[in-house]
Design a protein around this ligand. Structure first.
Ligand code: F6R
Length: 608
């Protein structure tokens, strides 16, 4: 996620801003920039890549200004390059804006502003904010920002400065964090306290639709309706390391707990309840092809391949299109049958996995239209696929993929909905799916609230050296993913199987030392999986069951039950995987493993 730092005080702003940006580096970013008011003009400098590059670029530059804003960008709209890096300026170059979040109605606003003569130079959603504030400016920056904020839909943490009022920085938030730092005759605005902790531990947390105006002599807080609000000043007592991880001991746990928000982000602005449809901007150009194609090939590796397997169930069920899923590494080295009626979707969090990239290139060479489902904006797969959908999960730093997986499934569900509504799904079924999707973030939160219970189960089983994971239907790939999570971070042997396959071999492994994790919500396969549970129990296997809140049959047979809410059959994977992520995490920590950087693994596999 992007990072913001703003400074107004007695000291030179530049070194303070650069230091603040460096402290936000852990969040992940692709470009950075600063805007400082100096001698009646804005000094605006940006670079692609690391902050060290921005620093090198600024080396030797004289910039005594004491008011400035800075930003690390994680691209969501427009490629990660110098042009799209923040801050962004208005037509006059007298006003600069840095923004975290996504402005959903930026296209409408941009069109309106262009019609009024505003000139846009970037591909970002953020640039509309600069022009909107310019448009509303009549002498008081806070009024202009306030009026602009009221027109914005989506999420934002925004900081704005202007040469017309050089002693003022205005910040406003809605859904994206912004804090005010208070020190002696100097004030800060930041998306994250870690950026300013070196200078002050006194902070004010802005709430949604609140603004702060910082000046050399003090600060004011108000709502975007111009009602003054008295905010309490808090003393931060965390250390830097804790803050970077949001108070969590590891990035992996932080990312698991971010899922209600990241799943919401994957759906944000993409569901049309009135017509029961999904609106995916990145597929607009390819809609005519999607009306006609007759076969879908989904490619990925590791966790992304598991998401593809789940996508196969969801798309075939909802859109009635034949889907094939392949390991990208296998696909690229055989001679796959691809014709012009085939659409190939490359699924990759990083967008850089070499096998997925090469497999996608192979499909393209054979005449397939290719689409990308990626997290990293502007990554190679995202660019070369031509069209596609971003999952908007924010940077995933833990090597084991968690939040990207649930966002991939969410986006594949939206894709299934889009295709389904083109091919015979009724509006009411579309609306039912939308309704269920909208409940998912809250339901994931309810599962996360069971973290303590899952920790206790992990304590009971952390010394075991083999695990079996079973699921049926769309929960079979969840079993694979649960086993992968456990083995990659705890180095414990684990296997995932379709539950019915157990009796064709793995059943030989089951005895009183074998924990068996069974995913058995009340879906179409429920009755069948009860039979598999009985088979495990008869051989004294230790049963850990993921079941619905109102379940009794599976729960009665189990040694441990983790309850999950009810949803549509096809959407259970998003819920069912969450306890498995937590179980793997706790077992790994209890075994003393480095969960964020497991041995032998890399976050992005760019070699064969
Ligand atoms: C497992 C994991 C890997 C990745 C795989 C593909 O937790 O993270 O299995 O899923 O290396 O990576 P992407 O999605 O970046 O192509």
């Amino acid at each position: 996620m992007c990072g913001i730092v703003g400074y107004m005080g007695r000291h030179q702003a530049l070194p303070i801003l650069i230091d603040g940006l460096k402290r936000l580096e852990y969040r992940g970013y692709d470009s950075a920039g600063i805007a400082i008011v100096d001698d009646g003009r804005i000094i605006l400098e940006k670079t692609e890549g690391k902050i060290s590059e921005l620093e090198a670029h600024l080396a030797g530059m004289k910039c005594p200004g004491v008011a400035g804003i800075a930003h690390t960008r994680w691209a969501t709209h427009g490629e990660p390059n110098k042009k799209n890096a923040h801050p962004h300026i208005d037509c006059t170059g007298t006003l600069a804006v840095a923004h975290n979040g996504i402005i959903e109605n930026y296209q409408i606003l941009k069109k309106r502003l262009q019609d009024k003569g505003h000139r846009f130079i970037t591909d970002t959603d953020t640039e509309v904010i600069a022009h909107l504030v310019e448009d509303h400016y009549t002498g008081a920056l806070e009024d202009a920002v306030r009026k602009a904020a009221k027109q914005l839909e989506g999420t934002y943490g925004i900081v704005v400065l202007s040469t017309k009022e050089p002693d003022k920085i205005v910040g406003v938030r809605n859904g994206s964090p912004l804090v005010v730092g208070v020190a002696d005759d100097e004030y800060f605005l930041a998306s994250d306290v870690s950026a300013i902790l070196k200078h002050t531990r006194q902070v004010i947390y802005l709430d949604d639709r609140e603004m702060a105006i910082i000046e050399p002599t003090g600060f004011k807080t108000m709502t975007i309706d111009a009602i003054a609000v008295d905010k309490a000043i808090h003393e931060v007592d965390w250390d830097l390391d804790m803050i970077e991880k949001g108070g969590f001991p590891h990035f992996m746990l932080k990312e698991i707990f971010e899922q209600p928000e990241t799943i919401r982000n994957a759906m944000r602005g993409r569901l049309v309840h009135a017509t029961g449809e999904a609106k995916l901007g990145g597929l607009q150009e390819v809609l005519p092809t999607l009306r006609e194609f007759n076969r879908l090939v989904l490619l990925g590796c590791g966790t992304s391949w598991h998401a593809a397997l789940i996508g196969e169930y969801i798309i075939e069920e909802y859109a009635r299109v034949p889907v094939e899923v392949e390991y990208a590494s296998e696909f690229r080295y055989r001679n796959p049958i691809i014709d012009r009626g085939t659409v190939t979707v490359a699924i990759s969090q990083s967008g850089e996995t070499i096998d997925t990239l090469e497999a996608m290139r192979e499909a393209k060479r054979k005449g397939s239209r290719t689409l990308g489902v990626c997290n990293v904006v502007g990554s190679t797969i995202a660019r070369e696929s031509g069209d596609g959908v971003y999952i908007h999960a924010g940077p995933e730093i833990g090597v084991a993929s968690t939040k990207a997986f649930t966002s991939q499934i969410t986006v594949l569900s939206l894709f299934a909905l889009l295709l389904g509504r083109m091919r015979g799904m009724s509006a009411s079924q579309g609306q039912e799916i939308i309704q269920a999707l909208q409940e998912i973030p809250g339901q994931v939160q309810r599962i996360l609230d069971k973290n303590d219970q899952i920790y206790e189960i992990a304590q009971a089983y952390c010394h075991h050296s083999n695990f079996l994971y079973l699921g049926r239907g769309s929960n079979f790939p969840v079993a694979l993913e649960g086993a992968l999570k456990l083995k990659e971070i705890s180095y414990v042997h684990a296997e995932g199987y379709p539950a019915a396959e157990m009796k064709h071999g793995p059943i030989a492994l089951i005895d009183e030392n074998m924990p068996v994790v069974v995913i058995c919500p009340k879906d179409a396969a429920y009755k069948k999986i009860l039979g598999n549970i009985a088979e495990v129990k008869a051989r004294k296997g230790r049963l850990i069951v993921i079941a619905n809140e109102d379940d009794t049959d599976a729960s009665d047979a189990a040694d441990h039950v983790i309850k999950i809410p009810k949803t549509l059959d096809m959407l259970y994977p998003v819920l069912a995987v969450v306890p498995l992520q937590l179980l793997a995490y706790h077992i790994a920590v209890l075994r003393g493993c480095n969960v964020d950087q497991p041995r032998n693994l890399a976050k992005s596999v760019t070699v064969e």
